[in-house]
Design a binder for this molecule. Structure first.
Ligand code: NDP
Ligand SMILES: O=C1OC[C@@H](O)[C@H](O)[C@H]1O
Length: 355
């Protein structure tokens, strides 16, 4: 059900894999606290039958337009924004094509495989005057907003000295087909770009209160373990030299992280964050050095996955004529990609599409 008083976005989805199904399911949920209406206007897939099957399964009773090519989605005049849900290496061309057709773009993470390509997209968005954002959905979760406020505004654990964040998944890569995006170098496989980027984002967010402003340039030490050129594990240390603070950020495809995936250490105590995955935080625990003070547990249950938080933010941005989001600005995308470029240069991960 849509509300006339809220902005409405008509979405064209391209790619009908896992994340597309999660995103589409979420934005179609009816919610009491919705800040926008979301209509899945069209589904585009590599074949018409895939688009039809996806629409039947994930848009029951809604009848979106279905297309057997992405180009038809870009050309559909009834669509406001394209959601790009293809493997990383295709994001650049998909986004360029969508923006060339005058469409706004929400592009799955990472926006591109390197900073140079992201700059091309940002330049194109500016040239066409269209909205462009990397779909870092965690940025928009109420838990993450609260965490930022606790650490930077309320300074509840005092001055932060160190942050640990891990994102590990037991992907069992040997069991996956050679053309899996999680395993195939030419499809952008690797722990750093797929899951390590969440740890970089969290690490930076907790150490650098200047969100998106890159108020400090950290020193970086890193190592990566490669199999067939793909990083199965990446470990990164960021050090903000002005303050001496450190973030220890790790990713692995071998082992699922324990529920407590983040620890932030401060002069007055510790915050631990837990959830079913590093991309799905659900609880914040605050413990004080002063043992007279009781631990505090804050819980943030989410219906569905919570992709509607970012979708609502995008709708409000577009309704107010913005071409960039304040919480996930272009500069943040570039910062993280530059960091990942330098980690890959040291670790030896080169994608065929880099050159
Ligand atoms: N925000 C989040 O929590 C998550 C984000 N992601 C991001 O979303 C993107 C897609 O991931 P995911 O959904 O897991 O991937 P999948 O492999 O499940 O799906 C990708 C889809 O892209 C399309 N595609 C186009 N060309 C190719 C190709 N050559 N090989 C494979 N697929 C192709 C296919 O759809 P079709 O044939 O229908 O066109 C396919 O179904 C990634 O960039 C990933 O980083 C992924 C998971 C979670
Ligand atoms: O963004 C992601 O988060 C969840 C993982 O399962 C997935 O591989 C990754 O792309």
């Amino acid at each position: 059900m849509t509300s006339d008083s809220l902005p409405t976005l008509r979405w064209g989805i391209i790619g009908t894999g896992l994340i597309a199904s999660w995103f589409v399911g979420d934005i179609q949920r009816s919610r009491q606290d919705a800040k926008a209406n979301h209509i899945v206007q069209a589904i585009g897939a590599s074949t018409l039958s895939k688009a039809q099957a996806f629409a039947e399964k994930h848009c029951a009773g809604k009848s979106p337009a279905v297309y057997g090519s992405y180009a038809e989605v870009y050309a559909d005049p009834n669509i406001d924004i394209i959601y790009i849900a293809t493997p990383h290496v295709f994001h650049k061309q998909n986004a360029l094509d969508a923006m060339e057709a005058g469409k706004a773009v929400l592009c799955e993470k990472p926006m591109t495989i390197n900073a140079k390509d992201a700059q091309v997209l940002i330049d194109k968005a500016k040239q066409k005057g269209v909205f462009l954002m990397e779909a870092v959905w965690t940025r928009f979760l109420p838990l993450v907003l609260k965490l930022e406020s606790l650490v930077h505004k309320e300074k509840i654990i005092g001055d932060v000295s160190r942050v640990f964040v891990d994102f590990g998944l037991d992907m069992n890569l040997p069991s996956l087909p050679a053309d899996s995006r999680l395993k195939n170098l030419s499809l952008g496989a690797g722990s750093l770009l797929d899951i390590g980027m969440y740890t970089l984002m969290f690490g930076k967010l907790m150490l650098d209160s200047g969100l998106g402003k890159n108020s400090m340039e950290p020193k970086v030490a890193s190592t990566q373990s490669l199999v067939d050129g793909v990083d199965y594990m990446s470990s990164v240390i960021l050090q903000y030299t002005l303050t001496g603070t450190q973030a220890i950020l790790t990713s692995s495809v071998y082992y699922k992280t324990d529920p407590e995936f983040m620890r932030i250490e401060g002069s007055l105590g510790t915050i631990t964050v837990s959830g079913v995955a590093t991309s799905a935080p659900r609880k914040i625990k605050i413990s004080y050095k002063d043992k007279e003070r009781e631990d505090q547990l804050l819980e943030f249950p989410v219906e569905g996955f919570g992709f509607f938080f970012e979708a609502d933010a995008v709708a409000l941005d577009i309704a107010s004529g913005k071409v960039e989001d304040d919480r996930m600005p272009h500069e943040e995308t570039l910062f993280i990609l530059r960091l990942m470029d330098s980690i890959r240069a040291a670790g030896g991960v080169v994608y065929p599409q880099d050159s």
